[in-house]
Write a protein of this length. Structure first.
Length: 511
């Protein structure tokens, strides 16, 4: 069956599940008799197996107070003339303009049509029907209530569906964010619920829901949960109630959607993993409902596979950066530990500075490569046990530049950033550094951060040509070089949070 065929399927008559939540009906009239007659005419009325709950207001002012506290009123039977000749009309404007309730169905009832002519009222006010009290027989009131509730239900469902779609679109835009998969699953299950006419706001429906990733035939990883399924740990199918465990096993075995009288499971499988979305508390499904859900599943699977592809691609890139960082430290174990500490110190400074989560993650990957040029440095120069001559320092800097140029040619953001850091972390805040003499904010903030992390850790390291500096001397050096070699604001962050940086050093000691 094609998606176009769905438009022409005949809707089946099905019962819906009674969740016990009634439809709220607000009667607004200054005559008590009107309230009594309305209740009597609609006694026993049900729609979607839900009864009516009547709320009573005897003035426009009372109606406003009730509506402010009950945003889930479905239908308002509103008199025009009460404490004033236009109190009903004022209430309409209050509902639509001040409260912003656009879903509620408003039916004006008047015993004095001359005070509010139908043509002008319908034209000037956002109402859904206009009736004279004399024409509203019990049968007509019944029909009016049925059509009003049907419209209200569908409008609420469409609004819920819109919010679900907006969340899925938001997930598509944020697919490169760290929690893109979580956002996508939440949006998908919310849209699933909207397709089932389920909504907890305004609490017309209640449901329990669970989305899980299938680890194997018995183990599940929760992705998001609603109601009684708000769990945050891996669980086995055997931990679930028997009825739910049974439908989960059937969905996993058949690799398809399973529809039952009181619950359903949507099965979504990508190339490398699969998820289940379970919902309990919905109405019985017609043939059209099931076909729409099957189409919905195909869309979810397509988006799910795209996210999988991105995550695997990103993991491969992360692995490459990690490999290069490990390779950089292979020629010198001391340098290997140093680069790891520099990464962690840089991350801490970046967080304190207020970098975004994405920038901090990129900095963590790129910082260890600030010594990438060491791979090209001759052995005798790399391990020289005395201070370098001026010529040797120039030669060493040339290798740093070559390494930076190689990294900068990469397409991946982290490698490009690593190239920039490798090139600029020896620049100075006052413009007297190398190789380009950049000054102040001309130096990328990532490079300025790594410059501080690099020197802070290096001074505390024992090298073949010197002993480690005492902490007091290191602090004196940074205070002296604040505004000269280093960004003053970053030095302040280092000094104000010194214990954190010392702890990082102590957690990864040199061999």
């Amino acid at each position: 069956m094609s998606e176009d065929d769905l438009l022409f399927m005949e809707e089946e008559d099905v019962e819906t599940k009674d969740t016990g939540e009634p439809w709220k009906i607000l009667i607004v009239d200054d005559e008590a008799e009107v309230h009594d007659v309305t209740r009597f005419a609609l006694s026993g009325f049900e729609f979607d197996n839900k009864p009516l709950q009547f709320l009573d207001a005897y003035s426009g002012q009372e109606a406003r107070a009730i509506l402010t506290d009950n945003p889930d009123v479905a239908v308002i039977l509103l008199d025009v003339v009460m404490e004033s000749e236009d109190s009903g009309l004022k209430t309409v404007r209050f509902i639509r303009q001040e409260l912003g309730y656009n879903s509620v169905r408003i039916i004006l009832r008047t015993g004095q049509p001359g005070h509010a002519p139908e043509k002008s009222v319908v034209r000037d006010y956002d109402i859904n029907d206009y009736k004279a009290k004399t024409e509203l027989t019990a049968q007509k009131l019944y029909t009016l209530m049925l059509s009003s509730l049907r419209s209200y239900r569908d409008i609420v469902s469409l609004e819920k569906n819109k919010r679900g779609l907006e969340k899925v679109i938001q997930c598509s835009r944020g697919i490169f964010e760290k929690h893109a998969m979580d956002q996508f699953v939440e949006g998908a299950i919310e849209q699933l619920v909207s397709l089932l006419f389920l909504d907890r706001q305004p609490e017309l429906y209640s449901y329990d829901g669970l989305a899980v990733e299938i680890k194997d035939t018995a183990k599940l990883k929760p992705l998001c949960g609603y109601g009684k399924f708000k769990v945050d740990h891996n669980l086995s199918i055997n931990e679930l109630p028997d009825s739910i465990g049974e439908i989960f096993r059937e969905a996993i075995h058949k690799k398809t959607n399973i529809f039952r009288e009181n619950d359903l499971v949507i099965y979504c499988e990508g190339k490398h993993r699969a998820i289940l979305m379970y919902v309990d508390g919905h109405h019985l499904l017609s043939g059209l409902d099931k076909e729409l859900l099957n189409v919905f599943t195909k869309n979810v699977v397509a988006a799910y596979e795209n996210i999988e592809l991105y995550e695997r691609d990103q993991q491969q890139k992360d692995d490459l950066v990690s490999y290069l960082a490990e390779l950089t430290g292979c020629r010198d174990t001391m340098v290997g530990r140093h680069t790891k500490r520099v990464a962690e110190i840089s991350v801490k400074i970046g967080q304190l500075y207020g970098l975004s989560i994405e920038d901090v993650a990129a900095l963590k990957m790129a910082a260890p490569l600030h010594y990438f040029g060491n791979l090209m440095v001759p052995e005798e120069l790399l391990h020289k046990e005395v201070d370098l001559t001026e010529e040797e320092s120039i030669e060493l800097n040339s290798y740093i530049t070559k390494g930076a140029e190689l990294l900068s040619q990469a397409d991946q953001r982290e490698l490009k950033l690593a190239g920039e850091i490798a090139q600029d972390h020896l620049e100075r805040w006052d413009g007297t550094g190398k190789p380009s003499g950049k000054k102040g904010d001309q130096i990328n903030v990532m490079s300025r951060i790594v410059a501080i992390a690099d020197v802070f850790d290096l001074l505390a390291c024992k090298r073949s040509y010197r002993e480690p500096w005492p902490l007091e001397d290191i602090l004196t050096y940074f205070k002296d070089q604040k505004g000269k070699c280093f960004d003053p604001s970053l030095v302040d962050l280092l000094l104000e949070n010194l214990d954190d940086f010392v702890a990082i050093r102590e957690s990864m000691p040199d061999p």
